[in-house]
Write a protein that binds this ligand. Sequence first.
Ligand code: XMP
Length: 604
Amino acid sequence: MSTTSIVSNAARAAGASPTPEPQVTVLDTGGQYCHLITRKIRELGVYAEIRPSETPAAELSGRKAIVISGGPCSVYEPGSPTVDPAIFSTGAAVLGICYGQQLMAHLLGGTVTKGDRGEYGLAYLEVREQSPLFRGVDHPQKIWMSHRDTVGALPDGFRLLASTETCGTAAIADPERRLYGVQFHPEVVHTECGREILTNFLFGISGCQHDWNPKHRISLIEDQIREVAGGRNVFFFVSGGVDSTVAYTLCLRALGPERVRGLYVDTGLMREGETPYVRQLFASLGATNFSVEDARERFLSALSGVHEPERKRNIIGEKFVEVQDEILQTEHFLDGHWILGQGTIYPDTIESGGSAKADLIKTHHNRVAGIQRLIESNRIIEPLSLFYKDEVREIGRELGIPAEFLERHPFPGPGLAIRCLCSQQPAALQRVDDGWIVPVHSVGVQGDSRTYRPILLLDASRGWEEDYSRATRLINASADFNRVVVQPKAKDPGGFRVFCTDLSDDRLERLRRADDIVRRLCRESGFDREVWQFPVVLIPLGTETAPDSVVLRPVHSVDGMTAQSVPMPQALLDRMCEDLLRVPGVCTVLYDLTHKPPGTIEWE
Ligand code: XMP
């Protein structure tokens, strides 16, 4: 468990809590779906929490329902996650999902059969026996499967509820003891009846009551802020992101503008107009104690001559630490009158499959020695540490924060620096069967490992559908590149070269202009609402007079862990290319067709 969650728990134990006693606990067996299950339950109006799988049953007394999540292991593997078998007799109804179903069967005397091929993707559920779990659910039903093993022999007292063509035990139950198991994933959108099944389990089987609406928690959060702060004031390093802004606004309301300081560090690596935008936003929220630290020159000079992406990240991280440390000293934030406010949200506090990376990203910038000291001595306030992003947005809306701000796409802390690619040496493109290898290296991810490889530029676009299937096929077949791009406005790459460049002012300005054009057109056309994120990247590919090219990377995603490249309406793309090609120094526009994996969302 991370430091931050220990702090939140301490604050919770101290008294006022903005959340009710959980009716439902989701036991985390290490699966990426654990947060998704919890979010879905909360969306249905029931407060749910996540706990480690081995939490003793005695700590879960009073729960109406326990859910055992799916996970990547096999029950017979040594060291695979397990649960306290006493949870099956606390009186709470239990739902095992995927691995959770297998674990339940295994612990109660059934068997689990090892699958050699597994079943991934859509399947059709045939209900074999009517059950309160499937009330109102027609069949066959489209469901989402992702598993290797399956339950074989059922434990005593269990009956078969449903199956699919390839999985004999798609749902099982011991209705007497209210123990239910499903092999599929009711929490994902692809399971069309997932919401009904969870509703049946929560209300029909477990007897849960509606007790959760984040909007109704605002005054309790404010009480908690006043209690934790006591007589002390709160300061925030705000990023211009949703979480820290909503957390800041809650503190502002709870303590008044005199007692809440906000500091924003201008690194010079932000998008066009960001600093004035943040300044104006905080003024509109009633922040009178808000200031901007101009650190542009310091960041830019530290990054001069640097090419390697990890090195860039490290330098930016170090500069952040340096600047924050100085502010802590000069503003006397380390004396006893101040505590640190942070926009930590629930997934950041729980290390499960889906959130480990988010944790890493956040802690990275918080490792200032002074901040570490504040955390260790409990001088920290995290008003949103028990809330999900969607809930934070809902609270933000209720507080009157503009919707346009709350719906902003995520933007990485190191900013445009990681989207402005550099190259250490000039190089020529190489002709291959399907196009050109462009020797600009970018980061990708395969399995659990990072790759750093050149790009394949397809010879010509043949329409979205064919381009996407070619991209997937080619990338799976080669280790020479980790991304595939296409030129929407074909130019002959024969005359293109890769230039030796670092992160200059000129190039950052070029990227900033390109990013601004893309953002404006996306906003005007409404396309920004159809994608999860839309990085715009600059790479040193071009000609003597136009040495850079712009890459468009619109993606769909749920949590940033996986993502799909998204096609764009042709008229919008045409207009975008036209405007981008007018930016001085821009040679061509490229469209990234790579999903994640094997690409990452950011290029770097
Ligand atoms: P990748 O590129 O790893 O990105 O597919 C996944 C998500 O994480 C965001 N990201 C960051 N966010 N600080 C952040 O706050 C960072 O250093 C950082 N790096 C990547 C990225 O924008 C995407 O949403």
